[in-house]
Design a protein around this ligand. Structure first.
Ligand code: F0G
Length: 448
C-alpha cells in the first residue's frame, strides 16, 4: 500500500532498441553521458531525484530570499534541532559543501580520518586537507553473501590498531556514515554508534555522523535492534544522533529535496569557525548557497522523513526490488540496503576479467535491454582498488511505482539470461584525475 498519490506527472518513454544501441555508442558506453530524456527508468542515484510533497511545493512559495536573517533559515534551524537534536546549523549547497566546511575546520595536513567507509566526496574532502582517509569496515562487510543485520558498522577494533600504529594525536575526526553508502547501503546499529562515540571520546577526536540517510538507518534499527523494537523512527533518530558532536547532511537524500545540505553541531566554537568558512565557500550563514525557497522546502522535508509511514514504504520498496531481482536469477548483494540494490556483476559475468569492467558492462546491458540507468561501483569507478564489481540500482524517493521496478527486474533478468554472450569493455579516453574517471571516461566493446 502507498500512502501517497501522484499530483503531477512527467512523461517518460522507452526509446527503440535500435535507438538505445546508437545512444550507448554515442555516449561512449558511459551512462553519465546519456541524455536523461533517453532514459526510461533512472536509477543512477537517489540524490536529489526524489519527489517533493505538496507541502514542500507550498513551502517553496513561502521562501524568504533575504540575504541575511532569512525566516526560511530560522525554520530550517528549528527543524534540525527538533528532528536531529543539534542547536547550530550551517546551511550549504549540498552535502559535499558541508564536508568542505566542517573538515576544513577540523582536519589538517598529515592527519588521519577514520570512517566506517568514506563516501567518495568525503574521501576527497579529507584528502583535499592533506589528510589520509582510512576505512574501518567490519569483517564480512565486503562479502555480498554474508548475511548480517548491521554490515555497515564501524570496526572499533580496526580503529584501535590504527591508533596503536599512528597515535591518537594524528586522528582529529572519527566519522560514521549512516547508512553506509560505500558498503551497499548497509545500516549501522545504535549500539555501534555508542561504541564509536566512546572510542572518539577516548582519543579526543570529534565524532561526526554523515547523516545523509539517517531515517532509513533508523528504520533498520527499529526492525533489527532488539532494544528499539516498537520505538518510533523519530525517537531512534534522536537517540542515534545524540552521540555525535556534529553531522554533515545532504538534503538531496533524506531531507527529500532536489538540492541543499548543511552541517550541524553542538559546540559553539566549532559553529563560529564553520560559519566563517561557509561565508568563503557557500554564502552568508543564513542561506549558504541555497535559495530561501529551497531552504524552506528542506525544513519541511526533514520533518517528513521521520513521519510514518514514509520511511517504511521507502525501504520496503527497495527490499521488494531486491526480491524481484533475485527471483529473476540476478546476483544481489545481501542483505539489500536502504536506498539501493547492489548487483554483483563479477558473479554474473564471471568470464570477464576485471580489466574489461564487468560492472560497466552490466550498466550498459541494462540500458541496452530496457533503458534502465544504473551506476558502476567497481574497477571502473575505483581504479586500482580491489573491490567487488558492484552495480548500484538506487531508487529515487516517492517516485517510481511497482510496475516500473518490475520492468527493472525483468530487464536485469533478460541480461542475466544471456550473461555468457556479453562482451567486455576497454577505455578509449579518460580524464586526468583517475578518481573521477567514471564520470566522463569513454569506452568501447573489446574486439578480439
Ligand atoms: N555522503 C554520502 C554518504 C553520500 O551518499 C553523498 C552523496 C554525500 C555525502 C555527498 O552529498 O551529493 O549532496 O554533495 N551521494 C550521492 C550518491 C551523490 O549518488 O550516492 P552531495
Amino acid at each position: 500500500m502507498r500512502s501517497y498519490k501522484a499530483k503531477m506527472v512527467e512523461t517518460i518513454s522507452l526509446p527503440s532498441r535500435e535507438k538505445r544501441e546508437a545512444i550507448l555508442d554515442e555516449a561512449g558506453y558511459n551512462a553519465f553521458n546519456i541524455p536523461a530524456e533517453h532514459v526510461y527508468i533512472d536509477l543512477l542515484t537517489d540524490s536529489g531525484t526524489g519527489t517533493m510533497s505538496d507541502e514542500q511545493w507550498a513551502a517553496l512559495f513561502r521562501g524568504d530570499e533575504s540575504y541575511a536573517g532569512s525566516t526560511s533559515f530560522a525554520k530550517l534551524r528549528e527543524a534540525v534541532e527538533d528532528v536531529m537534536g543539534f542547536p547550530h546549523v550551517v546551511p550549504t549547497h549540498q552535502g559535499r559543501g558541508a564536508e568542505n566546511v566542517l573538515y576544513g575546520c577540523l582536519v589538517d595536513e598529515g592527519d588521519i580520518v577514520l570512517n566506517n567507509a568514506h563516501f567518495d566526496t568525503t574521501r576527497a574532502h579529507v584528502a583535499n586537507q592533506g589528510a589520509d582517509p582510512v576505512d574501518c569496515p567490519i569483517e564480512g562487510a565486503k562479502d555480498p553473501s554474508v548475511d548480517g543485520p548491521f554490515k555497515g558498522d564501524f570496526s572499533v577494533e580496526r580503529a584501535r590498531e590504527i591508533v596503536a600504529d599512528v597515535g591518537a594525536d594524528a586522528i582529529p575526526v572519527v566519522v560514521l556514515t549512516i547508512t553506509n553508502n560505500s558498503t551497499a547501503g548497509q545500516p549501522v546499529s545504535v549500539e555501534n554508534t555508542r561504541e564509536v562515540a566512546d572510542f572518539a571520546a577516548e582519543i579526543d577526536a570529534t565524532f561526526v555522523v554523515d547523516a545523509c540517510r539517517f531515517a532509513e538507518n533508523a528504520y533498520f534499527v527499529q526492525q533489527r535492534e532488539a532494544e528499539f523494537d516498537g520505538s518510533s523512527i523519530a525517537d531512534i533518530v534522536r537517540e542515534q544522533l545524540s552521540y555525535a558532536d556534529a553531522v554533515t547532511m545532504s538534503g538531496k537524500k533524506e531531507a527529500l529535496v532536489n538540492i541543499g545540505g548543511f552541517a550541524a553541531m553542538h559546540d559553539a566554537e566549532l559553529f563560529e569557525a564553520a560559519k566563517q568558512r561557509a561565508i568563503l565557500y557557500e554564502g552568508f550563514p543564513t542561506y549558504g548557497g541555497m535559495a530561501g525557497r529551497d531552504i524552506e522546502a528542506m525544513a519541511v522535508g526533514l520533518r517528513e522523513a521521520v513521519e510514518p509511514p514514509y520511511v517504511e514504504e521507502r525501504v520496503q520498496q527497495v527490499q521488494e526490488l531486491g526480491e524481484m531481482l533475485e527471483a529473476e536469477g540476478v546476483p544481489v548483494y545481501k542483505p539489500v540496503g536502504g536506498h539501493a540494490v547492489y548487483l554483483d556483476a563479477g558473479q554474473l559475468f564471471s568470464q570477464l576479467p576485471r580489466e574489461q569492467f564487468p560492472g560497466q558492462v552490466l550498466v550498459c546491458e541494462l540500458y541496452r535491454e530496457g533503458g534502465v540507468r544504473a551506476v558502476e561501483l567497481g574497477s571502473f569507478a575505483f581504479p586500482g582498488a580491489n573491490r567487488l564489481e558492484l552495480v548500484r540500482l538506487a531508487v529515487p524517493r516517492r517516485t517510481y511505482s511497482r510496475e516500473h521496478l518490475e520492468h527493472v527486474a525483468e530487464t536485469a533478468g533478460a541480461v542475466a539470461d544471456r550473461s555468457e554472450y556479453v562482451t567486455g569493455l576497454e577505455i578509449t579516453g579518460e580524464p586526468p584525475v583517475p578518481e573521477l574517471r567514471h564520470f566522463s571516461a569513454t569506452l568501447r566493446p573489446v574486439t578480439e
